[in-house]
Design a protein. Structure first.
Length: 193
């Protein structure tokens, strides 16, 4: 919406050369794309072409972030307040994306509070696990990630004491085998270089 209003401003004030700065890479990619179903993007592209046909030279420039830049923050605030009075069609994909981002943010916030949970240590930032391997590899990787293997957890099935490392006497865990046990260090160095 802010880009549309900027283009309107350029048109009304008959500005010949301008650069529009945005921190929205997705907006720039959508404007560059030849195929878009978003009606707002289509409208912006049509109006942009109209201005070019009138002789305007307009460049778009991406800025990584504009938090803390007073002028841009004021422009953002103005653009947002201007959009409050407009009725525009809501694009389902935009709403879905915003809801997904919000849900993921809320989930991450709750996850960040679970620092004592053993899985938080191996996956502090929520995202998809790599699963492009075959099923057997996925099973093995999952068991290693969560620390549940036959070697380290079969004692639970038989109501026995946890197994201990035959080299150092510590409780046998996946973490102990893969990172802690000094006795298998040379094997780790050999396989994990």
């Amino acid at each position: 919406m802010a880009v549309y209003f900027a283009l309107k401003y350029i048109d009304v004030h008959d500005i010949r050369k301008s650069i529009l700065y945005t921190n929205s890479m997705s907006l720039l990619e959508s404007l560059r794309s030849s195929s878009t179903r978003n009606p707002l993007i289509k409208e912006v592209k049509e109006f942009y072409r109209h201005l070019l046909s009138k002789g305007a030279r307009i460049l778009f420039s991406w800025v990584p972030s504009h938090v803390g830049i007073t002028g841009i923050e004021l422009a953002d605030k103005s653009a947002k307040s201007a959009t409050e009075f407009l009725t525009r069609p809501i694009v389902y994909a935009d709403v879905q994306s915003a809801v997904n981002q919000w849900c993921h943010y809320q989930w991450q916030e709750k996850w960040n509070m679970e620092t004592n949970y053993k899985l938080h240590v191996i996956k502090p930032v929520l995202s998809h696990w790599v699963t492009k391997l075959n099923r057997r590899c996925d099973v093995v990787l999952t068991r290693l990630r969560i620390g549940h293997t036959r070697l380290t957890h079969k004692y639970l099935l038989f109501a026995e004491s946890p197994p201990t490392c035959s080299h150092c006497g510590d409780i046998l865990t996946v973490k102990h085998i893969l990172t802690d046990c000094v006795a298998v260090n040379r094997h780790r160095l050999r396989y994990f270089r």
